[in-house]
Design a protein around this ligand. Structure first.
Ligand SMILES: [Zn+2]
Ligand SMILES: [Zn+2]
Length: 147
């Protein structure tokens, strides 16, 4: 079976792809994308995104008070981008709670060479208000790449 070309470098590659499923909503309209890439591009492109994300699937996520990307105060104005990465059977889920400019630039990366998916994931990707405080002295996490 032929492999799809890498979403980032645009060519076919050998080895297990990394598949990213991403969801977010804009003005109440949900968008979902699937992006397949080689492990090299995935590492390079997703590391900065994962760096500003928190693992999801945990009911007790506390949204940060400041953007994890640029440090601007969010005042409850958090934009959420939901990310699921697969490599083979390994699955990792994250949510990126950031300010609008950081969110937009990450979403640009996540849309490169991606395929838009029909909306069938209700409940995710909403913009939330009323951010709950985050431990202010929580150390900046190093990205833990799922592959
Ligand atoms: Zn690539
Ligand atoms: Zn920011």
């Amino acid at each position: 079976m032929p492999f799809d070309p890498c979403a980032f470098h645009g060519e076919k590659f050998v080895g297990k792809p990394v598949t990213a499923y991403t969801r977010w909503s804009i003005a109440g309209v949900r968008h979902g994308f699937r992006q397949k890439s080689c492990v090299n591009c995935a590492t390079e492109r997703y590391a900065p995104v994962i760096q500003v994300s928190v693992p999801s699937g945990d009911e007790s996520i506390a949204w940060p008070e400041t953007c994890l990307g640029c440090g601007v105060k969010l005042d409850g104005d958090v934009f959420l981008t939901w990310l699921t990465f697969y490599r083979g059977q390994d699955r990792k889920d994250y949510v990126m709670p950031c300010c609008e400019p950081c969110t937009n630039s990450a979403r640009e990366t996540l849309r490169m060479g991606a395929q838009e998916l029909p909306d069938r994931d209700p409940g995710n990707g909403a913009k939330v208000g009323g951010a709950t405080p985050y431990a202010p002295d929580e150390p900046r996490r190093k990205p833990v790449l799922p592959w």
